[in-house]
Design a protein around this ligand. Structure first.
Ligand code: ATP
Ligand code: MG
Length: 419
């Protein structure tokens, strides 16, 4: 692509994440190209090219399963044509073309503003990014507060790229984040969802989570979960998240699949426990509360992050299955085992056990149940019926509330006292 653009007389460079990742010996997962050709000129050169985007017009050139993004150099200046538009400090349109230097300084971080040139195999650096990459530093180009106001998602990108690359966010870049975190409320919920997948499903989920917490961003993204984590004295809810994210990282490293539904089941588990505790405190029976709490926790979250239904439904099933694990009724046991979400829900139960030291009996039971043949399982359920057979199917909050430890009042503000 670079050669074709050059042969046609245009300047063309590999830019952004790919150059950065190659310099830190990483494996770039996608390639971005910057050029002085306009989108229309790019389209004329490549048959396999589509022009996309309004806010930020660019060309997608498709090679099999690979899509290369080709963007025309942008300038950070308003030329008066309405091609660059800022609303309340937020950049809503960015289509004023410029020189390569202009293009470099409107990018987010210095490490993302390096250009690899094929004519002399050099890396062009207009912002000091080369040294910053060597030193492992994330540094915002320009005045940090203004750059975050233009696009608040840059705060998440700072944390995500620092987590991924093992970089440190330099002090002036980090300083404004906690005070500006609330600006994420103006970001598009669908864009935030995409950003969550990059933060948590790219193999650096634990570091990302810790970074978000450290810079005051987690509470902005997941307010109910953050509130539950704050009041959870045992720390078990936090351990569920961290353990779960660590497993996710291990799976990604091993090339195993990871699911957004399971991820959000983890991240919103504290919010779910909190909603359930509140409903039960209001006197709602446990069976009803577990369902309503799932809806409440989901609806609250959707105000921030657009979680598509194809993920929120299985997420809720993973939660509801947790309550089913307490039942030893024959019919229920068989239904639970054949549920499409059994695997994921059982993995979730393992996390809760690791985090709280509880649920050991349930883990042993279901581990055996899924290894036994139907006949063996039936026989063992019949022989144990009446002894430790039918545990009530209730929310843990309800089941354990009466013997809440250290005399804290029933229904206290600790949703996970049960965990
Ligand atoms: P990765 O692909 O590993 O997530 P990346 O840096 O390549 O990281 P992309 O979203 O692919 O991220 O963006 C490509 C390049 O576009 C970035 O390297 C950066 O130069 C520029 N860029 C992306 N998002 C922004 C933004 N919000 N503000 C300014 N520049 C941006
Ligand atoms: Mg990229």
């Amino acid at each position: 692509m670079l050669y074709r653009l050059r042969e046609a007389g245009f300047g063309a460079y590999l830019v952004g994440g790919a150059v950065r990742d190659l310099l830190v010996a990483g494996n770039p997962k996608d390639f971005d190209v910057a050029t002085d050709a306009t989108p229309e000129q790019i389209k004329n050169l490549f048959r396999n090219c589509r022009l996309i985007g309004r806010r930020f017009r660019l060309a997608h050139v498709v090679f099999g399963r690979e899509i290369i993004e080709v963007a025309t150099f942008r300038a950070n200046t308003d030329d008066g044509t309405g091609d660059r538009e800022v609303e309340n400090g937020m950049l809503v349109r960015d289509n004023v073309y410029g020189s390569i230097e202009d293009d470099a300084i409107r990018r987010d971080f210095t490490c993302n503003a390096l250009y690899y040139a094929i004519e002399d195999f050099s890396v062009r650096d207009y912002t000091g990014g080369f040294e910053d990459v060597q030193a492992g530093i994330m540094r915002l180009i320009g005045e940090p507060e203004q750059r975050y106001r233009e696009d608040p998602v840059r705060m998440l990108r700072a944390v995500r790229l620092a987590a991924k690359l093992g970089f440190t966010i330099e002090p002036a870049t980090a300083a404004p984040i906690p005070q500006l975190a609330h600006l994420l409320g103006d970001a598009a919920p669908a864009r935030l969802f995409e950003e969550m997948l990059k933060l948590f499903l790219s193999g650096h989920a634990v570091a990302s989570f810790e970074g978000l917490e450290q810079h005051g961003l987690f509470a902005e993204l997941f307010p109910e979960s953050a509130a539950a984590l704050r009041t959870n004295r045992s720390g078990a809810l936090r351990r569920v998240i961290v353990e779960g994210l660590a497993n996710t990282d291990t799976r990604v490293a091993a090339g195993e699949p990871v699911s957004p539904a399971f991820l959000f089941a983890l991240l919103l588990w504290p919010a779910y426990c909190r909603a359930m505790a509140r409903l039960q405190k209001q006197g709602m029976p446990a069976e009803e509360a577990v369902r309503l709490a799932a809806d409440v926790a989901t609806a609250d979250q959707l105000e921030r992050i657009a979680l598509p239904r194809r993920f929120s439904l299985p997420m809720q099933e993973i939660w509801l299955m947790q309550m089913r694990f307490a039942s030893r009724q024959k019919r229920r046991v068989f239904r639970t085992l054949s549920h499409p979400r059994f695997r994921a829900a059982f993995d979730f139960l393992l996390l809760r056990q690791a985090a709280s030291g509880e649920h050991g009996q349930d883990v042993v039971f279901w581990q055996q149940a899924r290894e036994q043949s139907g006949r063996e399982l039936e026989a063992s359920l019949e022989s144990s019926a009446g002894s430790r057979g039918d545990l009530p199917v209730t929310a843990e909050g309800a089941r354990r509330a009466p013997r809440r430890r250290r005399g804290s009042p029933a229904g206290s503000a600790d949703p996970a006292a049960a965990e």
